[in-house]
Design a protein around this ligand. Structure first.
Ligand code: PXG
Length: 441
């Protein structure tokens, strides 16, 4: 991969790329070959600021030697050990460390290999919980429009992004609440929007339609990420929690993006003061240096399932890579960095600067909304008539040319830099976004 330019480029046909316009990409590839701190280096030797922490995951910045050393040491000492009816110390150590930073009561940790697996694990735990308590009729799962919960069958079923669903069969018995994006009432909100807490009452309507005794769980991202950074309206999450409590429905927060410091505390749950029964995480869990996911389960959920005869398996679920030793080593090292460098609260410290810099774009060409929370931000561009999504794509290309990597979904640009970003770098990031949007037709 060191020299892949021009004539030396590898044959690209074999790698079927995920969530990518394969033919367009391969006709005009963009390759990254190195990364350190806030910056990637491209194959033609240019430095590009990472405006989105990879895919919302490299929270402590790139190339942390402590993580590389911990993973290398572990791979040499013991590359792999199963976690089925056997164990190795690091998985217990890592779970114990995670339990210490977990939101109140959510201190039973189930490991998976990715965010999608963590989500499907959380959904299955919710079903098993009700079954174990003699309420096996509670099988319905409730998601939300515009939700993203990975790409497993469970995740796409409760998810609410149409392109991720329409080619596939879905789980039966899933309903969706409406999403909370409301440009008419909330455009250009700073932080949490004022309007829309009542949208949480969609859960009451679904209960009225189906009966609470058929509903197992409700899953939402505390701040929706992939759909283009949708912070919850003020009071929304509290209302959802109250409705779940009233009807015995488990509340699952999908913190795959919001976890590990993205919103100003270790978890968004702590920022909002609303505690779910289950929480799915991944990404920042290992600073993305090793694939891993984790479900944080409430004691009450765990204890309801982990009971009965002691020689029997309590939950028929798990992955070859649940608690992979090298993933645990990466996670422990990442956790150490987060704590030592105060990164969990860093987003709260710089969020004022971040918010002001973002909202400086109000009035810039094509900009129809700006949204932010913690170190997350979105810039909505007006779609070009007859060519929705093109401005977003062109913005991403122009950003790369000007030295800034951003995510785009449709005509929404999304930003979620490593938490180590400096105030000067925040300035560069949004100055560049301004240049980008002003350059677009
Ligand atoms: N839940 C949430 C909330 C996510 O954001 C997943 C689950 C699935 O995680 P895995 O590890 O299986 O991919 C995610 C993943 C983007 C983008 O740019 C977002 C994700 C993945 C790739 C791109 O919006 N989120």
């Amino acid at each position: 991969m060191n020299d892949v330019r021009g004539a030396n480029r590898p044959d690209m046909s074999a790698f079927w790329m995920p969530f990518t316009a394969n033919r367009r990409f391969k006709a005009d590839p963009r390759l990254l070959v190195a990364a350190k701190g806030m910056y990637y280096r491209t194959d033609d030797g240019r430095e590009v600021m990472d405006g989105c922490a990879g895919l919302w995951c490299v929270n402590a910045g790139h190339g942390r030697p402590e993580i590389a050393e911990a993973v290398g040491r572990q791979l040499e000492a013991m590359d792999y050990a199963p976690s089925f009816q056997l164990g190795h110390p690091l998985a217990f150590d890592f779970a114990a460390e995670l339990a210490k930073i977990a939101p109140a009561g959510l201190d039973r940790i189930f490991f998976a290999g990715s965010g999608s697996e963590a989500v499907d694990t959380a959904l299955k735990i919710a079903l098993a919980y009700h079954k174990a308590r003699g309420e096996g009729g509670r099988t319905r799962l409730i998601g939300r429009e515009r939700g993203y919960h990975g790409v497993g069958f469970g995740g796409i079923s409760v998810g609410g992004l149409v392109n991720n669903r329409r080619a596939f069969t879905l789980l039966p018995g899933v309903d969706h609440m409406r999403h909370t994006l409301d440009l008419d009432r909330n455009a250009f909100s700073r932080g949490l929007p004022e309007h829309g807490a009542e949208l949480a009452d969609d859960l009451e309507r679904i209960v009225a339609l189906h009966g609470a005794d058929t509903i197992a769980a409700c899953i939402v991202e505390p701040v929706a990420g992939s759909a283009g950074v949708l912070p919850p309206p003020k009071g929304y999450l509290e209302r959802l929690r109250a409705t779940c409590d009233k009807h015995g429905i488990l509340l699952i927060f999908d913190e795959v993006i919001t976890g590990f410091g993205r919103t100003g505390e270790a978890f968004a749950t702590q920022v909002f003061g609303v505690t779910p029964d289950l929480m799915s995480t991944a990404k920042g869990l290992t600073n993305a240096a090793f694939p891993m996911g984790a479900v944080f389960a409430g004691r009450h959920v765990h204890d309801a399932i982990v009971q009965g005869p002691e020689h029997l398996i309590e939950l028929f679920h798990g992955y070859t890579y649940s608690g992979h030793p090298a993933a645990c080593a990466a996670g422990l090292a990442a956790l150490d960095i987060y704590k030592r460098e105060g990164l969990f609260t860093r987003a709260a410290e710089v969020s004022g600067v971040w918010e002001d810099a973002l909202h400086g774009l109000k009035g810039a060409r094509h900009v129809i909304d700006l949204r932010n929370f913690g170190l997350m931000a979105a810039v909505d561009l007006e779609p070009r008539p007859g060519a929705a999504g093109m401005r977003g794509y062109e913005a991403m290309l122009k950003g790369l040319e000007l030295g800034l990597l951003m995510r785009f979904t449709g005509d929404t640009l999304a930003f979620s830099p490593p938490l180590i970003i400096s105030e000067a770098e925040i300035g560069f990031l949004f100055d560049t976004v301004r240049k980008v949007v002003e350059s677009l037709d």
